[in-house]
Design a protein. Sequence first.
Length: 202
Amino acid sequence: MSISAQVKISDEMSTSKQVKVARSAQLPAESLERYALATGGWFWETDAQHRFVYMSASVERCVGVAPQWHYGKTREQIAAEVKPTGPDVLDYGSRTRFDDPKLRALEWEKHKQAIQRHEPFADFIYPRRGPSGVQWLKTSGSPIFHKNGRFAGYQGVAIDATAFVESERRRVRAEMLLEERSEEHTSELQSQFRISYAVFCL
């Protein structure tokens, strides 16, 4: 049976399901790497202390950082603390879930609680500061256990979500500009109405 027949992924399939499909197929390393590239991301694995112990070579092609750079580090250790910068971002930074410090802290706390309970997680987005700078990653993972039931770590997939985050920022900025113009237009109409009413009363 061909690899494509063994592993068939629909566009709607979540990344967490992709992990389970890839693992159940027991693909050889070379085929697994091709599969990772086909998903537009990379595979990773952590140990029981949540330290990265494996990343597929495709991570370097996707984000410009070699797999070895991640080894021995936890997700929280490679995460970046990003503050909104620039004339536009300063205006709308607190309006996006990626730039609001309180929302980001809440999402991190929820994520840490989930992995402490050894639960699957999906589509967690966070900023990572690596040798090539800050990038936003989206990751999903499933817990793995030894035969005796002891927790062994996580296996999962990740993709570069930087373009998505920037798109969300632009969307929020556009909404704010639309609101501002709508308010200006309403104010102008009200002013014209008051002038017209005053003239009529004369």
